[in-house]
Design a binder for this molecule. Sequence first.
Ligand code: TNX
Length: 503
Amino acid sequence: MPRPAAQIESMTLPLLPLPQQIERGTGEFQFTPATVIFAEHSFAASARFLSDLIGLAFGAQPPPVEALATEPPDGSVVLRRDPSRKGHGPEAYELQISPTRITISADAAAGAFYGVQTLRQLLPPALEYEALRAARRNPPPIVLPALVVRDSPRFAWRGAMLDVARHFLTVEEVKRYVDLMALHKLNRLHMHLADDQGWRIEIKSWPNLTVLGGSSEVGGGPGGFYSQEQYAAIVTYAADRFITIVPEIDMPGHTNAALASYPELNCDGVARPVFTGTEVGFSALCVEKEITYTFIDDVVGEISSITPGPYFHVGGDEVKALTPGQYLGFVDRVQAIVQKHGKQMIGWDEIAPANLVPTSIIQHWRPKTTPAEAMTKGVKVIMSVASKAYLDMKYDAATPIGLTWAGIVNVQTSYEWDPGTAAEGVPAASVLGVEGPLWSETIANIRDFEYLAFPRLAALAEAAWSPQSSRTWEEFRVRLGLQNARWTALGLNFYRSPEVPWR
Ligand code: TNX
């Protein structure tokens, strides 16, 4: 017999993703206008994040952040370095709430940040509401139950992907998505920066890519692109939230925007017309021409030089215009170029048969295939199986936006799967993690992006973070319902799925 939602709710804290271990204590901690946050030097940024968030409760003055020196007085919030957490990885933390103090301990800054995100989810949701913050009226009291949370992620790769090629998102919109990712302890933002319908990143040595290739999008809208400075600003903003940007330039297919911008990239030397439809598979770089590899070397080089993260995604999906031999030879050459620029190559699962080096990574997306043949090469796999993880699938037949080629993906479907066993012949030890791609053929603005991403991205975040043995749909749907207040305060345009008891 499933337990009634109300019974689960009474025992449930609004934490998402579910931490590894929660122990309830007795008593409570109360913030007062005298509360000071003491932080280890390297955790100061996370301390300020917390201070900004709770500032509202005390009028104009957020709690001061001070350097952690001697033993802080009772009533303090303390962010301290604890090397004994090291064995659990740089993202591990412990959050202790007692009547006399709150302590977040971690070995590394990422762990301290996640400890703060967990504390954040226990704070009054109204603190997230910008308008209320500005008005500084009726500050909610902040009283937290005593508890201890010990936590670290199951997977190293907890990702989301934005397709800014089919429809462009501004820098501010991407930052908004980054903020929503950080709340759910996601740590990789994969940006699909080029496709048939648009090229979205300035390449100084090939300027027409953005002058022409950046000026289109699906449906004939204005498109857009990021200057290298703007891209760098996204990288920094994300890094401040412990999110690594993973740039993707899809090739050799999905390249019409490049083929329209430069005639010499086509085998016949004739520029292709700009494309604003949604068919796939028709375009390909001319793999027999040397200029193609000069082009790729320039593009990978420029983007790699402004990308501190270790990854470069080369796409590699859905190429119908080449023979298998041409395709695999191309992937081998591109892998060498990516390595030359100091990055690890990532590609969609079509690259599995290529001569992959052990540091290359496969992103598994096609539900009816498996990249098992590549396991002997020592590569790792990111699980993005479309029938579970594709955020652009409809929630149900009535969803006004989205696609259906991989099926209908309701919230339960996106939650109830084990990334460790999602592809036959791929052992759990070879699974790097989970990523939710959001393709944008049918969606044009951040409101639409949010509607398809939430709540499913939260379900994927938990699949990526929490131990499989602790995850049940029955409990998750109740805890998901408890996100209503915070998500509403954030102005999030989430889908109020009837599968979830929203509170
Ligand atoms: C398949 S996923 C694609 C994309 C589409 C998506 C739509 C992948 C590697 N290729 O080009 O946007 O389906 O769901």
